[in-house]
Each structure stands twice: as C-alpha cells, then as structure tokens.
Design a protein around this ligand. Structure first.
Ligand code: ACM
Length: 384
C-alpha cells in the first residue's frame, strides 16, 4: 500500500528580534506554498507538515534549532535563515549530518555547499545591475553604510569594486552600525554624508534599523532626487515599517517586487491575501521562501524521498514558474537563475520597476565575470 504518512520538514526563520519583519514574511511564504501543495493533494497524497521554530534573529539560536531539527525531530530538510551570519551558523550543522538547507535570501556570494540550495540573488544578479544603474544615472562617488556583520562587509566590498571600475569614481565613506542602531545613531553620519557629497549612498543595513536609517536621512533634508539610497535589502517589508513618504525615491535591486505584473504573481498575491490577510508584506525573500518549497515538493515527487542523495538529482536543473518568472536551480553551483530588476520606491509603499532583465541571469556566486554590463535588459522609460 502507498505510504500516506505526512512528510515533516524543518522551518527555521526569525519570528522575533531584529530581522523578524522579513523573517515572518519568509515564514508566511513557506506556509503559503505548503498550504497550496497540501490543498492540491499533497506530495502523492502525503501531507507536508512544517516543524517550526523561532530563531529569534540570533545565529546561536539558529544553530541550536538546526541541530534539534536534524537530530531530534529527524527532518532531512530545513527551509530557513535570513542573515548570512545565521546561514554560516547552520552550514556546518547540515554538512556534518549530510542534510539539506534551502536558503531563500540574497547574500554576498563566494560560498558553495553540497548541502545548501541558494534561491536568493547572488551579487551578479543584483549588485552588478545596481552598480551599473546608479553610476549611469547618478554618478560614481559612493558612501557605504551597513549593519555590522559579514553580509554588509562583503556586499560593500563587491559594490566598491564595481563602482571603482568607473572613471572618476570614489568611495567617500564606509560605516557600520549594530543591528539595534537608532535614528540618533544614523543622524550622526548624515552630517558626514552632507560634507562628503557622494552621488549615492549604498545601504547594506538590514532589519528593523533600516527604518531608522531612512528616517534619519529624510529628517536631514537630503534629497533622493540628487543623492538617493540604493540597497539590496530594503524591500516592501522594511518600507512598511518606515512609512511610504520616507522611502519615496530610493532604489532597490531585487529579482522580485510585489508590483510585478504577471499572472503567476497576481494569483500568488491573491492566495496570500486569502490565507494571511494583510498581515504579510510580500517581498523578494518572501517570494524565494515560497517558490523553494515548490522546487522541493516537485523533486520529492520524482525521488519519493528527501534523503539528500535521492532528492538532489531532481532539485538540480529543476524549474518553476515563480511569481518573478520561470526560475531554474543551477546544477553546477546550487544557486538559482533569477530575473534582476531595479525598482524605485513610490508613494504607495511599492516599487515602480524602472529596469528589468528580459531573461533569467545565471548565478555566478564567485563573480568570475566581476564586471559591469553583463545584463540584458529592456530599459523602460526612466521616470525618477
Ligand atoms: C543577508 O545577510 N544575506 C541579507
């Protein structure tokens, strides 16, 4: 008789703490996909059941729960992590037990693990495009601001390298702040920014303190028309915390924005509304969290198992019609082909897409082609 036992999966995001706004949205993206799969009859009649813990935005708590999920709860697969510090904490645990982590977050690249599938953007899918766009439209002098951990250090290094390829380019400042930085902390550097007069600010600030940075900027009287903030991490979720007027005119590069005008996106947002009401703010990390569960479930159908050696051949090379477009897991580097886009924050708390790739860009996590200009685009009329 066919096995009808539920399939248990680990779900590990931050529902509390400094990055919980994004963490909760990733959780909701994951649960939405699970619901959708279960309502359509599960995986060959087997229900997917999440075993879920709150990692509290702490790498140490991530590590402890990852161990519990793999050793006590005995799941084979964990869906989780936002900050790169949390992924770095979970990585040795999944490698040691030879289990699998699906990681739905943009990150700094320069990593490969046989035990991780990376579904967020690598730097060649967001940083390269953002550097090209900002230097072409605003100029090549940049001030870097980040949170105090690995992703901002590395992402700022990559952005510096890209911008400094331009003629007459300059890095005029680089500052790091704790995850609990307040508006008062950021106010202190606004004077420095005004003095140094960069063409744009690159922010790798994450979590709740993103709102404080943008508020300090707005209060300082600086003007996004002449010196905007460009970011890879400021999504609709962070904008919902800071206020729409505060975000207006600033830029973000991401494969997904809520405003994407596709049938797959609209259908997904409708389901989300029915399931979670307005409590969820969809964003790039929500979308990756959503589609990666489908990648897993489809692979499980073929493998009839989620033990890593059985399921991996069916994950690698697989494709899915995601809200951002048809994505594909790269068989050589475990990252995902995605659609780079650039959005400018509008008065509705959404992003107006000003540039987008016409076809998916293959992931190049080690930036082998570490250069500007490898982006095929339709350049829509830029109305800043
Ligand atoms: C990040 O830490 N990967 C946003």
């Amino acid at each position: 008789m066919a096995n009808k036992d539920p399939i248990r999966i680990g779900v590990l995001f931050s529902e509390t703490g400094a990055t919980s706004t994004i963490g909760r949205s990733q959780m909701q993206g994951t649960l939405l996909a699970i619901d959708e799969i279960n309502q359509a009859g599960g995986v060959e009649g087997r229900e997917i059941v999440p075993v879920r813990y709150d990692a509290q935005s702490s790498p140490a708590v991530y590590a402890a729960y990852a161990e519990r999920l793999l050793l006590q709860d005995k799941v084979n697969v964990i869906f989780g992590c936002y900050m790169s510090s949390s992924r770095k904490a979970v990585l040795p645990i999944v490698e040691k037990s030879n289990k699998l982590l699906f990681y739905p977050t943009l990150y700094e690249g320069f990593e490969f693990s046989n035990n991780i599938i990376y579904t967020g953007a690598a730097p060649n899918q967001n940083s390269v495009q953002l550097a090209e766009f900002m230097t072409a439209n605003f100029g090549s002098s940049v001030y870097l601001i980040g949170s105090n951990y690995i992703y901002p250090y590395e992402s700022n290094r990559i952005m510096s390298d890209l911008v400094l390829q331009r003629p007459n380019s300059r890095k005029v400042g680089e500052r790091y702040f704790n995850l609990d930085a307040t508006e008062k902390d950021y106010r202190l550097i606004m004077t420095d920014i005004r003095d140094k007069r960069p063409d744009f600010i690159f922010s790798t600030v994450v979590g709740d303190s993103t709102a404080s940075l943008y508020r300090a900027y707005a209060e300082s009287g600086l003007d996004p028309k002449t010196m905007p903030i460009a970011s890879l991490t400021t999504s609709e979720a962070e904008i919902s915390q800071m206020g729409f007027d505060v975000a207006l005119g600033h830029f973000t590069a991401a494969p997904y924005f809520q405003s994407i005008n596709s049938t797959a996106n609209k259908r997904c947002l409708e389901w989300l509304g029915e399931r979670f009401g307005s409590s969820c703010v969809p964003n790039m990390c929500w979308e990756a969290a959503y589609f990666q569960v489908h990648i897993y479930a489809n692979a499980y159908r073929h493998a009839e198992d989620d033990e890593i050696s059985r399921i991996m051949p069916h994950i690698l090379g697989s494709e899915f019609e995601a809200p951002q477009g048809r994505i594909r897991v790269d068989p050589t580097n475990h990252h995902t082909s995605l659609y780079p886009r650039i959005g400018v924050a509008n008065s509705k708390g959404q992003f107006t897409i000003v540039r987008e790739a016409t076809r998916p860009v293959q992931p190049d996590p080690y930036m082998v082609t570490h250069s500007l200009g490898d982006w095929t685009t339709t350049l829509s009329t830029l109305e800043l």
